[in-house]
Design a protein around this ligand. Sequence first.
Ligand code: OSB
Ligand code: MG
Length: 370
Amino acid sequence: MKLESITLRQLRLPLVHFFETSFSRTYERKIIVVEVAGEGASGWGEVTAGEHPFYNEEWTDSAWAIVRDYVAPRVLGRELRSAEDVAPLAEHIRGHRMARGAVETAVWDLEARLAGKPLWEHIGGGERKEIPCGVSIGIQDSVEQLIEKIQTELDAGYQRIKMKIKPGWDVDVVARVRERFPNIRLMADANSAYTLADAAHLKQLDRFYLMMIEQPLAHDDIIDHAALQAKLDTPICLDECIRSARHAEQAIRLNAGKIINIKLGRVGGFREAKRVHDAAQAAGIPVWCGGMLEAGIGRAHNIALSTLANFTLPGDVSASKRYWTRDIIAPPVETTDRGTILVRDDPGFGYPLDLEYLEQVTERRETIRL
Ligand code: OSB
Ligand code: MG
């Protein structure tokens, strides 16, 4: 398989409701869609970086430059034995895994289409045909508003609720949510807002029997998480700090957490995501699929990933309409009243692109050829 061109499109998509984490509030997404063309077909990927380098070091504009100037020259025109070859070719680039991952996932999609197979099958998934779904709910302007949002998602059938926390919006807010919803599967995501000096404060969360607390400490830390986990009953789930299978293995060895959130972009694509999955599985650590407020392509890739065997916990992959009034795929991602997504069998990522809408929301475009 040889790639003839890579086309980048930058989309601007307003969110239905703002999304606030401990690091920023987002009203509108700037998303890069990557189209790789070769062998008479196209494959599609999505850059999952945010608009600013606050979740990790990447942002929309850095990803554009990395794909155009560094990833594209390394993969265009090369004889690829399979999509497995893409990640090693781009490994020379330090960091910027979301940019690399967008091209890598697009090549998996292309290869699946050329084989006439659904992406989930092509990556070796298929353990389940129905994905259990949770939702991630951002920091709100008031606790009442948060409780109202949680009720809406529970009414829609979602199987677990993740709430974002930060200093000043944590123990008291979780207490009120727990009081109102004593029996739901609940968890909290801190996006690196604390340090080990906050251990006693975070210990107060133990009384709310959360499923897990996600990435409480620094985005690049593993060692302090191990020290914190030793003090908490609540399981720690690692997100930001797991960028590779090596990080996963080291975190597991140090007991830095009991669960791993796998994000395709954060680890650089399907090859590394599967390696993280396998390392966790071998150690008896469950994983779930995280989200980055993706549009339809990234969302569909997440669904395929979630069919691997060790994705046993509900992830952050949910219906398109929670984010967009209109998605770039049609039909959009929808959930059942059981809070699940039914996996589709169309070749590639499984959803038809809404090309007309894609064009309409594209504000920048560039094709790179050899
Ligand atoms: O930490 O999981 C996170 C969104 C943006 C950046 C980081 C995170 C998130 C989410 C939202 O929690 C997940 C989603 O609904 O796509
Ligand atoms: Mg997270």
